[in-house]
Every structure is written in C-alpha cells, then in structure tokens.
Write a protein that binds this ligand. Structure first.
Ligand SMILES: Nc1ncnc2c1ncn2[C@@H]1O[C@H](COP(=O)(O)OP(=O)(O)OP(=O)(O)O)[C@@H](O)[C@H]1O
Ligand SMILES: [Mg+2]
Length: 261
C-alpha cells in the first residue's frame, strides 16, 4: 500500500517518451543549446526543445529535425543503459551461467515484463537435476538486461535467501526481506531443494505472497515434480505458484553427465 496519496492534479507531467519510441525510464536530459551545432539547428528550435523538456509544449509543436534531435539523444541513453545492464549481468551472474543465452520464449517473456510487468505471469521452471533450469533462468535475466530497460533484478538460491534472511543481531532482516520482495524481477533458484522447516516455509510464503499480491514477475526453479509440489512446499505456497506462474518443463538427461571427461 502506498503510504501517501498524491492527487493526480499535483502529479508532474512526465515527458512523453513513448511517443518517441523510447522505453519509459529516468534518463539525463539533452542540452537544448547542443541543437545549435546541428545542421538544422536554430535558436527558435533550441527554445522549442527547451520548452518541451520543461513540459510546456507538446511534441507536435516541434519541427521534425527537433524531434529527431531529442530522439537521438534518448536512443543514445538507451544504448548506454543497455551496455551497463549487460556489463552488470556479466559481472553479477555466477560464472558458469554468464554466457547463458535466452530461448525465444525467454525473450518474449522479457519483452512482456518490460512492457507490462503487472500483467506478466511469473515463470516456474521445473525439471529433473541437471536439465538446465538455472541456465534457462539466467538466460531470461540476460534477455531482460539486453533490452536496456531500467528493470532491476535479483537472483538467489533458496538456500542463500534463507541464510540472508535469518535473524541475526546487528542485521535488519526485515529490510533485506523488503528489498528482495520489491525488486522488479526476483529469481529464486531451487525452490523446495531442502526440506522446509516451519521458519523457511513462513519466509517462502511471505515472499511469494508479497510477489503474488503486488503482481510482480518472478522466476522460480524447482526439481520437485509438479505432482509433489503441494507436499513439499505446502498448500499455501503451491496454490499461489500454480495461479501466478507459467510452467516451463525441461526434460532430458542430466547435462552434467555428458560433460564429465
Ligand atoms: N541450453 C544449454 N546450453 C548449454 N549448456 C547448458 C544449457 N543448459 C544447461 N547447460 C549446462 O548444463 C549444466 C547443468 O545446467 P543447470 O545447472 O542449469 O541445471 P539445473 O537443472 O539447474 O540442475 P539442478 O537441478 O541440479 O540445479 C550446467 O553446466 C549448464 O551450464
Ligand atoms: Mg540449478
């Protein structure tokens, strides 16, 4: 729940980036005086660009060359953001999965997350050990990074997640929980790998319920067969997962066996 309601009349008008074909986000603004060095540049044009940046006029009042100048600026920002996202992905992802490439389904899911996160169902990637679930999930995160959209993500194995949330003196585990629960895209790997205790079940429930209630997209992997999900994770968790997730079932042999020398 938001803790403050601002009447729409007080909301600042935001720049209409969609009309420029630019994904919404926070970007540095162009300097209108740079327009003077443009082949079509003029003082009047720079003034119109300035007025648009100050939300005083509509895009329709600008000349095509002025719109192109603004668009070029934001396209450069998007590309810069894209490079940063990919670098972040490559540095943060466990080395083994840093080259994971998205499948076509992963790419489509990433596009849907960017366009309408609240309408995008989460992913539950299931399959036996070694079929490539973690690899697949990191491929999805790469697809998100490659869009360059300002969409954040966090990835944890379930075991690491519990370790980070376990109450310890001097650490605010509730703040850690909040950060995990509110990230744009949350990836929890190996759900149900260890037998749940009362505490891990409660934490898992709270986290999944938070994502469920806020309609935030998540990616889960599990090697628990779907028919046993309820027994392993409990009714409350498995029922939410079933409703909120699109299931991707990976089949085949343990890829690790094929890799053994
Ligand atoms: N599509 C793929 N292309 C190339 N290598 C892959 C692919 N999918 C998985 N691998 C490789 O196969 C191995 C097993 O994959 P991964 O770790 O993703 O399996 P998993 O299903 O998550 O296993 P577990 O259930 O034990 O967690 C890894 O070394 C991974 O890099
Ligand atoms: Mg795995």
């Amino acid at each position: 729940m938001p803790d403050q309601w601002i009447p729409p009349s007080q909301n600042r008008r935001s720049l209409d980036l969609a009309a420029l074909g630019i994904p919404s986000g926070r970007y540095p603004l162009p300097d209108p005086t740079d327009y003077l060095t443009n082949p079509d540049g003029s003082r009047d044009g720079a003034a119109r660009i300035d007025a648009w940046l100050h939300r005083e006029t509509d895009l329709a009042t600008l000349q095509p060359a002025e719109v192109a100048f603004i668009r070029q600026h934001f396209l450069r920002c998007v590309e810069e953001q894209r490079q940063k996202s990919i670098t972040y992905f490559t540095n943060k992802v466990p080395r083994r999965y840093s080259t994971a490439q998205p499948t076509a389904i992963a790419q489509a899911w990433a596009q849907s997350v960017i366009a309408s996160p609240e309408e995008t169902r989460s992913l539950l990637i299931v399959g036996p050990t070694g079929t490539g679930k973690t690899h697949y999930a990191y491929g999805v995160l790469r697809a998100i990074a490659e869009t360059g959209a300002p969409t954040g993500w966090s990835a944890y194995t379930a075991a690491d997640l519990y370790a980070q949330l376990r109450p310890r003196t001097g650490r605010d585990s509730e703040a850690t929980f909040e950060a995990m629960a509110s990230t744009d895209v949350l990836f929890v790997d190996d759900l149900g790998a260890a037998k749940l205790t009362e505490w891990t079940e409660e934490v898992t429930y709270r986290l999944i319920n938070h994502r469920y209630e806020q309609c935030r997209p998540s990616i889960f992997t599990s090697n628990v067969p779907p028919a046993q999900l309820r027994d392993v994770l409990g009714e409350r968790i498995s029922s939410r997962l079933t409703e909120m997730c699109e299931r991707i079932a990976l089949k085949g042999d343990d890829r690790r066996k094929g890799m053994a020398a």
